[in-house]
Design a protein around this ligand. Structure first.
Ligand code: PBG
Length: 330
């Protein structure tokens, strides 16, 4: 055996705060973070979301203020999600590509008032369908892939027209990145980026989000297993990510975050592409709940969780904690 000790003492590099900081491999900064914002109709409105303490749905005017302050504080981007009025939900999700729809107006007005903000807009039909699925349904209740993609293309174009910087298809239909990219190119949106939710698992950690956008009740006891991925699989994720890159995705997303960091690491090792990781609503609500109980130190576990997500290979992280983390960093 090689003689190591005492010449080699691993603890030397951990001996003071200054040294620890000096040799630190992963550093989190504000521009790594993306804040999701839930948008509602109305003026001067702020609505609590019971299953996500600390996160509110905001009317557009309130969202503008929020984005202005986040941008001033150095956030990387914001991701917008709508909760549309119930009466506007249909089987065909037509409201999804209404140029004057809630999200389209939100993008336009935020971009107009805060031009240096970076806006990510969600492309998927679940906030717009009466059944809460991300795609259109056949008479027998099957998700129709190609028919859905046609609507997604319209939705993506309406977001690009409104001024979204990054279009983020989160629906997991096959072939949608290619079709969206082609449509963007054809319509001269050559700079509009695509952040594809490539490895999106059919996860039980999305529950609070579905409350937030008002799709939980509509979805009922149904699930999204026929399009979102089986949590037991890795190979599937690698193929999905490769396909989306080949189809023209600029950035790929892996989701959820903490229970899926092995996937992040595998993709990072194999492919040279920016990887975004979504610390999803269920992860947020778990940390909130345990912190409210006083069983763990909220600030410390959030900073640890985010550092670990970066260490696994994330370029940026979508997290409901982004705003709070920016404050803590100050
Ligand atoms: C739906 C969508 C979901 C999330 C982002 N976009 C939920 C779902 O697939 O049912 C989840 C985000 C979260 O849980 O924070 N297109």
């Amino acid at each position: 055996m090689k003689k190591t000790f005492p010449n080699i003492r691993m603890r030397r590099l951990r001996s003071t705060n200054g040294i620890r900081k000096l040799v630190r491999e992963t550093n989190l900064c504000g521009s790594d973070l993306i804040q999701p914002i839930f948008i509602i109709e109305g003026k001067n409105k702020r609505q609590r979301i019971t299953s996500m303490p600390g996160i509110d749905r905001l009317s557009i005017d309130m969202a503008i203020k929020e984005v202005r302050s986040l941008t001033k504080n150095g956030i990387g981007a914001v991701a917008l999600f709508p909760q549309i009025e119930k009466k506007k939900k249909t089987i065909q999700a037509t409201e999804a590509h209404n140029d004057d729809g809630l999200i389209q107006r939100a993008i336009r007005e935020i971009k107009n008032k805060v031009p240096d903000s970076v806006i990510i807009s969600d492309v998927a039909l679940d906030p717009y369908t009466t059944h809460g699925q991300d795609g259109l349904l056949s008479k027998k209740g099957k998700i129709l892939n190609d028919e859905t993609v046609e609507i997604l293309v319209k939705q993506a174009l309406s977001h690009a027209k409104s001024g979204a910087d990054i279009i983020a298809p989160s629906d997991m239909m096959d072939g949608r990145v290619l079709k969206i990219r082609n449509a963007l190119e054809k319509n001269k949106f050559t700079d509009t980026m695509i952040l594809s939710y490539s490895a999106k698992y059919s996860s039980n950690f999305y529950g609070p989000f579905r409350d937030a956008v008002g799709s939980a009740k509509n979805l009922g006891s149904k699930n999204k297993d026929s399009y979102q991925m089986d949590y037991a699989n890795i190979g599937d994720a690698i193929r999905e990510v490769q396909l989306d890159i080949d189809e023209g995705a600029d950035i790929v997303m892996i989701k959820p975050g903490m229970p899926y960091l092995d996937i992040v690491q595998r993709i990072k090792e194999r492919l040279n592409v920016p990887i975004f990781v979504y610390q999803v609503s269920g992860e947020y609500s778990m940390i909130k709940a345990v912190s409210q109980k006083g069983w763990l130190n909220e600030k410390k576990i959030v900073m640890e969780a985010l550092a670990c997500i970066k260490r696994a290979g994330a370029t940026a992280i979508i997290t409901y904690y982004a705003k709070e983390v920016l404050k803590w960093m100050k």
